[in-house]
Design a protein. Structure first.
Length: 460
């Protein structure tokens, strides 16, 4: 059964249940009220008759019994003989209520006398001076009026309940159609995605964004965006890896062919092969590192690391790369200890300084600084190279992302666009973050923030 049908059925049942309880309450209270009214009429008639009766030596002298048109009255003697009866039941010689005749207390009974339902009050006639029972008075009235009222009431309640339940079911059916129609859009969009294998579809929703359906659609669209992003990244990743592998493999194959054709050991071809194999090894190493990092299998062995010593170490190593081309020097240096994996932090710095040297033209300068505030250390690597185009800035930490200029320059066989994404992962997993900004008028500054070491960090 559809959700819509179930909701309609539910609201119909709820309205039906409420009306049933309400109807029963109305029916019972109306019946009780009318019965009480009938009883009080019978009591009044009985007391009037008893009040006007007089007991004498010869028996009881009864008053006029036809005071009430719709009340039947019988007086029965102690010997079980009908003494007297009102005009409206002349000829009816049976007691109105046979079971009540021997009562010693006034009792009300519903009886059927001659196909008519009657309410009968039986009162023993007692002489108060000596408590002697001299007979029984029976006062009855027809219950047909009560039955009619009860039947009309039942009829009205049933018709009313039927109409209300139908209206409730219909209203719920119509309103849920409107409320649930966005879910149909969700289904259609999901089917379209499956059929066309296209994750760019989004579900349109014009209703309020904070209701349940709005939230569901928002969450679904978010999931789609995330999936689209993931698939895009994966597709790009495979394309990039393929692309990166193709160039060195083509070079290697060309050189091997050449060597074979010339049937000799050509030094230039061999060093070409050597370079490309080195490049492939670096690429595979970087990819492995990223894969380990992303699958959580790259352990960070954290100890106290003196960042000033580490910076000097990096400076010495990178001076070989800078040679006379770029002026690589230390700026302001503080004494700072952070808690981290020394080798991985060195990798971050080598990467940032390496990039700065790589992208800064001849005669430029690269300055490394180290400082701290209350909680964090900050390492800056600044150069006065061309800077990073604004459109590239949001992407440089993505895998395989290379700026337009670096892409052409990478033909020199250096970058794969993986260095900054590895650095980003390492810094993030040290509880820090890495920022980049363009310097005015030219140049780039990378700033790495790392939490300072506390007592919980193991010593080196
Ligand atoms: P690559 O191997 O291309 O250097 P990275 O991940 O290290 O890859 O860097 C990504 C991109 O960021 C580079 O291609 C380059 O466009 C840009 N970039 C990084 N550092 C600098 C810098 N100091 N100056 C200019 N551009 C830079």
């Amino acid at each position: 059964m559809s959700l819509r049908a179930r909701l309609a059925l539910l609201s119909t049942s709820i309205v039906g249940g409420i009306l049933l309880i309400f109807g029963m309450a109305v029916y019972i209270s109306v019946s009780l009220t009318i019965t009480r009214q009938v009883d009080s009429t019978l009591s009044r008639a009985a007391s009037q008759i008893i009040g006007n009766a007089r007991a004498g030596r010869l028996g009881v002298t009864l008053p006029e019994l036809d005071l009430f048109a719709d009340v039947y009255i019988q007086v029965w003697g102690k010997d079980g003989q009908l003494e007297s009866a009102s005009q409206n039941i002349q000829g009816f010689n049976q007691p109105l209520d046979a079971t009540g005749l021997n009562t010693t207390q006034p009792v009300f009974h519903d009886v059927i006398a001659g196909n008519v339902r009657l309410r009968v009050l039986t009162v023993p006639l007692i002489i108060s001076s000596n408590d002697r029972v001299i007979g029984t008075l029976q006062v009855g009235t027809s219950l047909s009026m009560v039955e009619t009222i009860q039947n009309v009431l039942l009829y009205v309640l049933f018709i009313g309940a039927g109409i209300s339940m139908s209206i409730a079911g219909l209203a719920s059916w119509v309103s849920t159609k409107q409320a649930l129609s966005p879910l149909e859009d969700v289904t259609q969009t999901a089917l379209q995605i499956t059929r066309a294998d296209d994750l760019s579809h989004r579900i349109p929703y014009k209703g309020p964004p904070d209701d349940e359906v709005g939230q569901l659609i928002h969450a679904f669209n978010e999931t789609l965006s995330r999936l689209e992003n993931l698939f895009d990244t994966q597709r790009r990743f495979v394309a990039d890896v393929g692309h990166e592998l193709r160039t060195p493999l083509t070079v290697i194959k060309g050189n091997v062919d050449l060597l074979r054709r010339m049937n000799c050991t050509d030094e230039e071809s061999l060093s070409g092969i050597d370079n490309e194999v080195g490049r492939l090894t670096r690429l595979v190493g970087d990819l492995l590192l990223l894969a380990q990092a992303e699958s959580g299998k790259l352990p960070l062995i954290k100890t106290d690391v003196e960042m000033d010593t580490l910076l000097l170490d990096v400076l010495n190593q990178m001076n070989v790369l800078a040679k006379d081309r770029v002026d690589l020097r230390l700026g302001e240096i503080d004494q700072v200890i952070v808690c981290g994996d020394r080798d991985r932090l060195k990798q971050v710095l080598v990467n940032l300084v390496g990039n700065a040297i790589k992208y800064t033209p001849q005669g430029g300068e690269v300055v490394i600084g180290l400082g701290k505030d209350d909680r964090r250390a900050h390492i800056t690597v600044s150069d006065n190279g061309p800077g990073i185009p604004t459109e590239d800035l949001p992407h440089i930490f993505e895998r395989f992302y290379r700026g337009e200029k670096s892409r052409t320059r990478s033909k020199d066989g250096k970058g794969f666009g993986l260095g900054l994404s590895i650095a980003y992962w390492i810094v993030q997993n040290h509880g820090g973050n890495i920022e980049v900004s363009n310097r005015e008028p030219t140049g780039t500054t990378f700033c790495v923030w790392l939490p300072l070491a506390d007592r919980s960090c193991p010593e080196e």
